[in-house]
Write a protein that binds this ligand. Structure first.
Ligand code: PRP
Ligand code: URA
Length: 250
């Protein structure tokens, strides 16, 4: 099987990764369907492929890995990915006193953060991010995929009152068709959110293309871009059903 290098360009970064010829054809088809405007505003795709993240993800993918280890690894990876997702949040100078002298030091300024997991599986990424940003507020969006249509169904939404004033990090380990992520992002925008980032663990080009087409203002952070979706819209090779593996429901 041959391969090609795919490049996503943003305002200050170029992200590239290797994908197969088949995937490239599907991706090219998706791109030709996009309106021209999407080529002017294009969200950035950040593939966070730090060796420690890749190592932990490999353990998560193994079907022999049980729920306890799966949950712990997801939490650890979320904390590590959180460094990149929050890399450019603004700082401001403050005056402090150390035991030795006064100094001008940095603290995170202005805009506050909210973490919004897509239930259920997105919950597995919250604790890692909270370790990094303990003051972040947490909202919840409940969505499940209809097993036949693979379309998302909304069953819950509870968000911080001032969500529109916050930088929102939406979490979900799996970006498959992209339907759940797109609906969650639309729900946040209906409530006035203008600064949103999407953080997933495993993705496929189909899901990335859908989010970039419908939400070109939302940057996407992933640890892996897998090959394709199977006939049940599961990610291949993927890691199976993330919700079931986190909560031990199957
Ligand atoms: C999974 C996953 C995503 C969604 C991804 O959730 O956690 O939310 O599927 O698929 P999509 O990109 O095709 O929409 P699921 O519907 O299985 O619910 P769960 O988290 O409650 O298990
Ligand atoms: N949801 C999951 O949990 N896994 C997949 O591979 C696709 C959707």
């Amino acid at each position: 099987m041959g391969s090609a290098f795919f490049v996503f360009m943003g305002t200050n970064k170029v992200i590239s990764f290797e994908i197969s010829n088949d995937t490239l054809k599907r991706r090219a088809k998706a791109v030709t369907l996009l309106p021209l405007t999407h080529f002017f505003i294009m969200s950035q795709l950040h593939v966070i492929d730090h060796p420690m993240i890749q190592h932990k993800l490999t353990i998560m993918r193994k079907k022999s890995t049980g729920s306890k280890d799966f949950r712990e690894l997801l939490k650890e990876i979320s904390l590590l990915m959180g460094y990149e997702v929050t890399r450019d949040i603004p700082l401001e100078d403050i005056e402090i006193e150390t035991p030795i002298c006064r100094m001008t030091a940095k603290e995170v300024s202005g805009r506050k953060l909210a973490i919004v997991p897509i239930l259920r599986a997105g919950m597995g990424m919250v604790e890692g991010l909270q370790t990094l940003v303990p003051v972040a507020k947490v909202g919840h969006i409940g969505l499940y995929r209809n097993e036949e249509t693979h379309k998302p169904v909304v069953y819950y939404c509870k968000l911080p009152e001032d969500i529109q004033d916050r930088l929102v990090i939406v979490t979900d380990p799996m970006l498959a068709t992209g339907g759940s992520a797109c609906d969650a992002l639309s729900m946040l925008k209906e409530r006035g959110c203008t600064n949103i980032r999407l953080m997933c663990l495993v993705s496929v080009p189909e899901g990335i293309a859908k989010v970039q087409a419908e939400h070109p203002d939302v940057d996407i952070y992933v640890a892996a871009v897998d090959d394709h979706l199977n006939e049940n819209a599961y990610i291949v090779p993927g890691l199976g059903d993330a919700g079931d593996r986190i909560f031990g429901t199957k």
